[in-house]
Design a protein around this ligand. Structure first.
Ligand SMILES: [Ca+2]
Ligand SMILES: [Ca+2]
Length: 295
């Protein structure tokens, strides 16, 4: 929905300090933080599940967050991508291989009302750190990246933002105005609550047909989960937003409960062990065949 979204482009939010009383200056971010630790509609500042070595199981870790509207994730599955300000970000780091289960549920919390239809995508990669240098869609560098990426994507003629639900994408922060060191999010996989079909006019395939977004769980109950087996060591970011594509005029904040759990990845059997085992089996069989009859 390019027309309505272009009008809803958020103004740049100044991060300058603001004065309270005489002689005292309190950063605006701290004031906002006092109300909500990770303000919805902020630049990309993930809520971190932690760092794990994958050697032992980790019981579900559940953290609250929220996002603006109920459509941000599905909006990134269409032909003109989406605005990351309409999604929440979570992060985790693995120092060893692991099977990771991610689940996101609608939730009434300090970040928003109940009613999210959650969708999420997992990427290898992290944003620039820190509130001052956080990545956002409307930095000069991000606009440069988007123009180049769109030009290289068949069917792309305009973009609503940097976020892409079903493929890899790039974004950067204000200091990186030349897009020399962008954050790269390499797509791993995704899932969403229920089932969503985009109108033909919004299909990323631009083939004149309605587009069923892949990865729906078929039951729209405010919850979606996906298991990622054998994830490699690395730092990951998860973007979570609404999957209700047709609700783009409603920007009420929606609460999210994000849950992370982990089990150790299966230890691969080295090739040499396989060969040794095969050899033992072979000699065992040969010995059996050549055993003298005792009849
Ligand atoms: Ca879009
Ligand atoms: Ca579901």
């Amino acid at each position: 929905m390019t027309t309505s979204k272009a009008q809803s482009k958020p103004p740049h939010r100044p991060r300058a300090a603001t004065g309270i009383g005489s002689g005292r200056t309190i950063p605006l971010a701290l004031l906002l933080g006092a109300l909500s630790p990770t303000p919805a509609a902020a630049h990309i500042i993930p809520t971190n599940f932690g760092t794990f070595d994958g050697s032992s199981a980790v019981a579900p870790i559940s953290l609250n967050s929220g996002t603006v509207g109920n459509y941000g994730w599905a909006d990134g599955a269409d032909a003109d991508w989406a605005d990351t300000h309409k999604l929440a970000a979570f992060s985790f780091t693995l120092t060893g291989r692991a099977n990771v289960l991610l689940q996101f549920d609608k939730r009434a919390n300090a970040f928003g009302i109940n009613g999210l239809v959650p969708g999420f995508s997992l990427y290898l990669g992290t944003p620039h750190a820190g509130a001052v240098g956080a990545d956002h869609d409307y930095s000069v560098g991000s606009e440069l990246l988007r123009a180049a990426d769109c030009a290289a994507t068949p069917g792309c003629t305009a973009t609503e933002g940097s976020f892409r639900s079903l493929s890899s994408w790039n974004i950067t922060n204000d200091p990186d105005s030349g897009a020399a060191s962008p954050s790269r999010f390499s797509y791993i996989g995704s899932a969403y609550d229920g089932s969503q079909t985009l109108p033909a006019a919004n299909s990323p395939l631009q083939d004149g047909n309605a587009y069923l977004i892949p990865g729906g769980d078929g039951l729209q109950d405010g919850s979606v989960a996906k298991l990622f087996n054998n994830l490699a060591p690395g730092s990951y970011t998860v973007f979570v937003g609404g999957a209700a594509y047709s609700s783009q005029t409603n920007n009420a904040n929606r609460g999210i409960l994000g849950s992370f759990s982990l089990t150790p990845a299966a230890v691969p059997v080295p090739g040499a062990v396989w060969l040794f085992g095969s050899a033992l089996a072979f000699f065992g069989a040969a010995k059996t065949r050549h055993a003298p009859s005792r009849l």
